[in-house]
Ligand binder design. Structure first.
Ligand SMILES: Nc1nc2c(c(=O)[nH]1)N[C@H]1C(S)=C(S)[C@@H](COP(=O)(O)OP(=O)(O)OC[C@H]3O[C@@H](n4cnc5c(=O)[nH]c(N)nc54)[C@H](O)[C@@H]3O)O[C@H]1N2
Ligand SMILES: Nc1nc2c(c(=O)[nH]1)N[C@H]1C(S)=C(S)[C@@H](COP(=O)(O)OP(=O)(O)OC[C@H]3O[C@@H](n4cnc5c(=O)[nH]c(N)nc54)[C@H](O)[C@@H]3O)O[C@H]1N2
Ligand code: SF4
Ligand SMILES: [Mo]
Length: 741
């Protein structure tokens, strides 16, 4: 055989072997929380292609540009595949994961013995939510050592929604109207087309563009309140381009119009709510005339929004991060829920309950209010930093869960005394970029005796870590869609097996807590069951314990390939049970003071810092994940400072100018981008960009390459929200000027 013939024969043989080992695996994306189903092609244990799963009946083949970059993410040479240990000279050196865990456990043991359990903290960021076993095992570890220092990104996200409002007002057990059978949807600062994140009643997270088209065809009326003509606002029937931070005033005014024009549901209010008269009385001062002036929107639009929403008959008000991070979030969220309550936008007795979950425990559903639990706001472990702040009670399908407020985490590290945090395990999060007051967080992380990061890259936070543990990325591990279990309209679930094996010495997030627990001789418990501490349990065993008593056994989901709507009988809401029913509290303790303060804020202007900086999500990144991937990075290597052309003209700026953005707290460099979809007077920038503020890293000279961190502009203790300690992360008064060359 000639050499050429031999080569041809070898390559066709290789091709044949490849085809023989080529397989297609149904899986789902965990880049964001939408969990889009995908089909992965695997050849010789290597991922060679990723495509949308077009068979899926919920998503209809939807995926986005971020998810499609997972192929690059998994094989990127920069991705960490081995754990790293900080050396005395500051450099990192690879270390075996088992050795790293031995050393970390020994150090934690010392800290525990000397300073007690509260000194050991974990911060569970965005990607900790994406591993379906991570939170449960992290909580089990905290439980076993008795440490309350459990932090997540929820308390710097939307705690008013998940913790404060349901605690003060109570919650409707049978749920609120969903998008799919609504006549109207009132979307307050939530941009699902980019974020793929919403709550029931808003534009669904799953295949949002299709959902919007379907809604429009059905005649659903979409009202959007947003200072920016966001991607969702562009498709709205009515867009109220509000001045940031005036949402509470606007909602109070809409409530008044709905009451005055008798568009509310009198029977529902009489039967299921309390405090209606007080709410009516206290919102009267928010007149359409005054609110229109403060919010910078025409009076007619406020009337139109109230009337369309009031007409319903079905459909809910939902909120997103914009107003949840701005001024008066507890009040704003409460008023949005008051709109739903007074208009009775809840599932009634005899109606189908949208979805009670697949892997969630089965329980009868009554059309009634779960009563308010005001004691949850002031019980539990108290903050050592700020008076009257306690653990936050986050509601989950498994009951109330406690966590400490992340907005105060840096102070809990820096404040001396008993309970001072000395060790922090940071799971799939990047607090140095994500938390308010970046300089303070930098000082805090530097002050720790031990910082461990579980991260795919040397993030700004991981640059300060003593150990970085390399995790498996999603396609290298099995998971199940537990997080989204009750977010769908229909019972839907997907299990994904491991698609490709990890090639290095990667660990899973939950495994880290188990391994530490084993070395520290702890007894971990999941859902009341002891975890086998003698040898690393299979993940599926843990998932089985976590979902014990679920509507569908997890093994049934595991047995099915791909994601499916599960054929389950409809759950019909039963009549209220007189023994357990409660009332939705429309006027909880303290609301009058909050209304007063929102009223006083209607016309406040800071003359020195006359513009308002708001947050937004970007299409090509997920918080700080994405800029390391070539296609996503090619779109933008920095976070532009978006402004209206009127403001640019007034400031003598042009598109692309280098500027300085200053607040009362700090200043950052930026690059201006003209964007006439933004309300004049407003500046819109994405968070979690930039790098460490350590001057030696020269972040201020590299803003074109890595962007700027807006959290340098924010004081984490200024205007802290009551109960949640949620810092004001948006609606920040700023001034802008051209950057000195
Ligand atoms: N000013 C301002 N601040 C904000 C916000 C805002 O709008 N404005 N938004 C807030 C919100 S909503 C949130 S949720 C927080 C986000 O806060 P964080 O969750 O703390 O921040 P992320 O940037 O999402 O951090 C994700 C980290 O996980 C790593 N990672 C990526 N993939 C994986 C993986 O598969 N496994 C593991 N283990 N790690 C992985 C990334 O490299 C990155 O370092 O920020 C908050 N901060
Ligand atoms: N592509 C992408 N997707 C993401 C993320 C990402 O970084 N990138 N992050 C994920 C995370 S952590 C979260 S929490 C979700 C968040 O999901 P969303 O809450 O949908 O977040 P945004 O897309 O920023 O939409 C917030 C909207 O609020 C508007 N807004 C700002 N200030 C105000 C205000 O004062 N009042 C009103 N009414 N509106 C205001 C903004 O202009 C913006 O359009 O998205 C998730 N999905
Ligand atoms: S929307 Fe994009 S990033 Fe989110 S799960 Fe779907 S494909 Fe992944
Ligand atoms: Mo978030």
């Amino acid at each position: 055989m000639t050499l050429k013939a031999a080569l041809v024969a070898t390559s066709s043989l290789l091709e044949l072997v490849n085809t023989m080992t080529r397989k297609e695996v149904k899986t789902y994306c965990r880049f964001c929380h939408a969990y889009c189903p995908m089909v992965a092609t695997v050849e010789n244990d290597r991922l060679t292609a990723l495509a949308p799963d077009t068979d899926n009946e919920i998503y209809g083949g939807y995926t986005c540009v971020k998810g499609r970059q997972m192929l690059e993410q998994i094989y990127q040479p920069e991705r960490l595949q081995r754990s790293q240990k900080r050396q005395p000279d500051g450099s990192l050196e690879a270390i075996g994961s088992q050795q790293a865990l031995d050393e970390i456990a020994a150090k934690l043991g010392e800290i525990l013995a000397e300073h007690g359990p509260r000194a050991i903290a974990s911060y569970n960021g965005t990607y900790s939510f994406q591993n379906s076993a991570a939170h449960a095992v992290a909580r089990a570890f905290h439980g076993a050592i008795g440490s309350p220092s459990f932090y997540t990104s929820v308390t710097i996200d939307q705690p008013a929604k998940v913790a404060i409002a349901p605690t003060r007002m109570g919650a409707w057990t049978a749920g609120t109207h969903m998008w799919n059978d609504s006549d109207v949807s009132l979307v307050i600062g939530n941009n699902t087309l980019i974020s793929h994140f919403s709550v029931p009643g808003g534009v669904p997270s799953f295949s949002p563009a299709n959902a919007l088209r379907e809604g429009r065809k059905r005649g659903l009326k979409l009202i959007v309140i947003d200072p920016r003509e966001s991607e969702v606002a562009k498709r709205a029937d009515l867009h109220l381009q509000i001045k940031p931070g005036q949402d509470a005033a606007l909602l109070a005014c809409m409530i008044q119009i709905i009451i005055r024009e008798e568009l509310y549901d009198k029977d529902f209010c009489a039967e299921h709510t309390q405090g209606f008269e007080a709410l009516d009385e206290a919102t009267r001062r928010f007149t359409p005339e005054e609110v229109a002036r403060a919010a910078g929107i025409p009076e007619e639009q406020i009337f139109a929004a109230a009337r369309i929403f009031g007409a319903g008959p079905r459909g809910a008000a939902v909120t997103g991060t914009g107003p949840e991070m701005g001024p008066h979030p507890n009040l704003m969220q409460h008023l949005s829920q008051c709109l739903n309550a007074i208009c009775g936008r809840h599932t009634r007795a005899g109606e189908r309950v949208p979805n009670t979950g697949v892997l969630t425990p089965e329980a009868p559903v009554h059309a009634q209010a779960m009563p308010p639990q005001p004691q949850w706001l002031t019980e539990g472990v108290a903050s050592r930093v700020v008076d009257d702040v306690f653990e936050t009670t986050v509601l989950s399908p498994y009951g109330p869960l406690k966590e400490m407020p992340t907005g105060l985490m840096a102070d809990e590290i820096l404040t001396p005394g008993e309970g001072k945090i000395r060790a922090l395990i940071c799971v799939g999060g990047n607090p140095l970029l994500a938390c308010p007051d970046q300089e303070k967080m930098h000082r805090a992380l530097a002050d720790l005796d031990l910082l461990v990061c579980i991260d795919i890259k040397e993030s700004a936070t991981a640059q300060m870590a003593d150990y970085i543990l390399a995790p498996k990325v999603c396609l290298e591990r099995e998971d199940v869609t537990l997080l989204t279990d009750i977010w769908h309209d229909k019972p839907y679930s997907q299990y994904s097996p491991q698609v490709v094996p990890a090639r290095g010495d990667e660990v899973e997030e939950w495994q880290v807590f188990w391994e530490l627990g084993q070395r520290m001789e702890l007894a971990l418990e999941l859902n009341g069951e002891p975890v086998d501490m003698s040898q690393l349990p299979p993940k599926l065993d843990l998932l089985r314990s976590m979902t014990r008593g679920s509507r569908v056994p997890i093994d049934d989901i595991v047995a099915r390939e791909g994601g499916h709507v599960i054929d389950l009988p409809d759950v019909i809401a039963q009549a209220a049970d007189p023994a357990t029913r409660g009332y939705l509290e429309l006027f909880p303790e303290g609301l009058d003071g909050e209304l007063e303060s929102a009223f006083a804020d209607m016309h406040t202007v800071d003359d020195d810092f006359p513009l308002l900086l708001i947050s937004r999500r970007m299409k090509y990144t997920h918080n700080s994940t994405g800029p390391e991937l070539s296609l996503l990075r090619a779109k933008d290597s920095y976070n532009p400072t978006f402004m209206h052309s009127d403001d640019l003209t007034a400031l003598g700026l042009t598109d692309g100018d280098e500027i300085s953005v200053a607040s009362r707290h700090g200043a950052i460099p930026g690059i201006v981008r003209r964007s006439d979809d933004i309300k004049p007077g407003v500046v819109s920038m994405s968070h979690s960009w930039g790098g460490s503020p350590d001057p030696s890293r020269g972040v201020d000279d590299q803003f074109r390459e890595m962007g700027s961190n807006t959290n340098r502009l924010i004081d984490n203790l200024h205007q802290l929200e009551r109960y949640s300690a949620m810092p004001r992360l948006s609606s920040i008064p700023v001034a802008i000027c051209k950057r000195a060359p």
